[in-house]
Ligand binder design. Structure first.
Ligand SMILES: Cc1ncc(C[n+]2csc(CCOP(=O)(O)OP(=O)(O)O)c2C)c(N)n1
Ligand SMILES: [Mg+2]
Length: 556
């Protein structure tokens, strides 16, 4: 049967189980998507259209691929705005599919901007559909790359009026994605090294999410009795209330990074960056690097042992090998567990008073403390934004289920937390979904709150209003940028809760610490009726949080 290229794209997305497509007008496939019955989420700009799709891919570990459409072709205003969001997805290895208008045959060379050239640097692959019958072929390739190996965003271009093709002649079968297991000899050697270490550490990255391997990770950690540290992006891959958990950052993490003699990295590139630990004194440690991407091996650190393959298959092989080398695993290490517990207690004794603080303006930690009381950690989702909210929550928020928290940001673009919470609510409708942002993040989000109202998406946005861009105020880099680029209008002048209310959200502003819990509960009640909520807490600036270890002796 003959089918228009755009309808073919829509039918293939349906066959691939894509539940919705986010967009900002317009793109030549949009009408076909609607006609084929695919729900569309119309955001208020392309950055958010891409970011919601990106969020979907992240919060499901790539099980559901986020798809978005934006305007391209010879007037690629939309695609140009989408660049930043695609760049962030590429930097963070998020497998989303972005569809845009292609330049029709014969129309090239008229504009200065060349889509393929412009976006090669921020995509895993670009597929340019130049003939209608190539729709199945290029869609098949797109889903192969989205579901296989090191993940990343894919861009597909479809020119307007491309014509029709015969579906029977060019059928489509959904793509499962493929994975490969590591060399068994490498697994044996890595386990031998792990067992020979006196103070090993498991260092876990988000590859474990994309391999759907959190259960295998837990199994290995318990079998080997090794403490677990996760990267920012892997926060929640290992239950943070587990006796072997070291969290993400803070003294406990720092202490173990320094004292471990073997670092067993899995699902992380071990790259250097602003939002991650370096490995201190790496020269004198044994490094085992388990990754799906050979480009990461021997990059920042020399790998003494490498285990190259899918994290799930690797962890299963490691578990089996460890079992056989130890005759069923290692006995519970009581002393190790007591040491971690004591370290965590020391660390929390500094933060607990803040989580319960009655100070006014409110200490932001008090908001996080009450949030942890108001939510069931077994059925919730939290994502912070760029700025202090990221630094503070990744220090104290305890995530206990996979994808209960989304940490993000090799590059952390302000405002992404709203898109993440929105995607999480769509992926896990039964969960309470919350995003926590500062003053700068809110500025990016405001228009898009209307999209949540229109689509009846019940998430709560917590705004920690500390009257400025506190990361750039005094206390960070000496005097920081005080007062030139860190002060914003205070609440008496710019009342963001009134703005959110006017957009249709349930909104409150809260100045009393004693009112936080009740306000959260009211917001969650509104969310239960599919209404987004926005809570503005008038807080002090409190740039205190766990540090990243910046490594001396990083290369070896
Ligand atoms: C798109 C983008 N531009 C700039 C930055 C740099 N940046 C990081 S945090 C921040 C200010 C954050 O201030 P606020 O949201 O008030 O949070 P606070 O640290 O005060 O809690 C800026 C400008 C960024 N992360 N993303
Ligand atoms: Mg602020």
């Amino acid at each position: 049967m003959q089918v228009a290229a755009t309808s073919g794209v829509a039918r293939i997305l349906k066959a691939e189980g894509i539940p919705w497509v986010s967009t900002f007008p317009t793109c030549c496939v949009n009408n076909a998507l609607g006609q084929e019955g695919i729900p569309m989420l119309m955001m208020r700009d392309e950055r958010y259209a891409v970011a919601v799709a990106d969020g979907m891919s992240r919060v499901t570990g790539g099980k559901k691929i986020g798809v978005c459409t934006v305007m391209g072709g010879t007037n690629p205003a939309g695609l140009q705005v989408a660049y930043g969001a695609l760049a962030q997805a590429y930097e963070d290895s998020s497998p989303l599919l972005c569809i845009t208008d292609g330049v029709p045959a014969g129309a090239g060379g008229n504009s200065r901007h060349d889509i393929a050239w412009g976006f090669e640097a921020v995509t895993k692959w670009i597929g340019q559909i130049d003939q209608p019958q190539r729709v199945p072929e290029l869609m098949r390739r797109a889903f192969t790359y989205l579901r296989t190996g090191h993940r990343g965003p894919v861009l597909l271009t479809v020119p307007r009026n491309l014509g029709e093709y015969d579906e029977d002649e060019h059928p489509y079968t959904p793509v499962k994605g493929w994975k490969w297991a590591p060399d068994p000899d490498d697994v044996t050697a890595a386990v031998k090294a792990l067992l020979a270490a006196s103070s090993p550490l498991l260092y876990v990255g988000e590859g474990v999410f994309y391999a759907d391997a959190t259960a295998e990770l837990l199994h290995l950690a318990e079998l080997a009795q090794v403490p677990v540290l996760t990267t920012l992006k892997a926060k929640s891959a290992f239950p943070e209330n587990h006796p072997l958990s070291l969290g993400v950052r803070g003294e406990l993490a720092e202490d173990w990074l320094r004292k471990c003699d073997l670092l067993f990295a899995i699902g992380t590139s071990l790259s250097r960056g602003v939002f991650r630990h370096a490995i201190p004194d790496a020269r004198h440690k044994t490094i085992v690097h388990c990754t799906v991407d050979e480009f990461d091996v021997n990059k920042t650190y020399k790998a003494d042992y490498a285990v190259v393959g899918d994290a799930k298959l690797a962890l299963q092989a490691l578990v089996n090998e460890l079992s056989s080398q130890t005759g069923g695993g290692i006995k519970r290490k009581q002393a190790l567990i007591a040491e971690i517990r004591a370290g965590r207690e020391r660390f929390m004794s500094r933060y607990r008073p803040l989580l319960e603080s009655n100070d006014k303006p409110i200490n932001p930690y008090r908001v996080y403390g009450d949030l942890m009381k108001a939510m069931d950690p077994h059925s919730s989702f939290v994502s912070p934004d760029s700025g202090n909210t990221r630094d503070q929550t990744t220090t104290v928020y305890q995530a206990v289920i996979p994808h209960g928290f989304l940490g993000w940001g090799n590059v952390s673009t302000l405002g992404f937390s709203l898109a993440a919470a929105m995607a999480a609510k769509l992926a896990y409708p039964e969960r309470q979904c919350v995003n926590i942002t500062g003053d700068a993040g809110v500025g990016y989000m405001l228009g898009n709150l209307e999209a949540l109202v229109r689509h009846n998406i019940g998430v709560t946005t917590i705004h920690i209003n500390n009257g400025g861009f506190s990361g750039y105020g005094p206390g960070f880099w000496g005097n920081g940028h005080d007062p030139y680029t860190c002060v914003v209008s205070d609440h008496s002048i710019s009342d963001m809760s009134e703005a959110a209310k006017a957009l249709g959200c349930y909104a409150e502003h809260v100045t009393e610490p004693s009112e936080i819990l009740a306000a959260l509960k009211r917001a969650f009640d509104e969310n239960a009726h599919n209404r987004p909520a926005y809570l503005e807490f008038i807080c002090c600036q409190y740039p205190v949080f766990g540090q990243w270890v910046t490594g001396e002796g990083t290369a070896h």
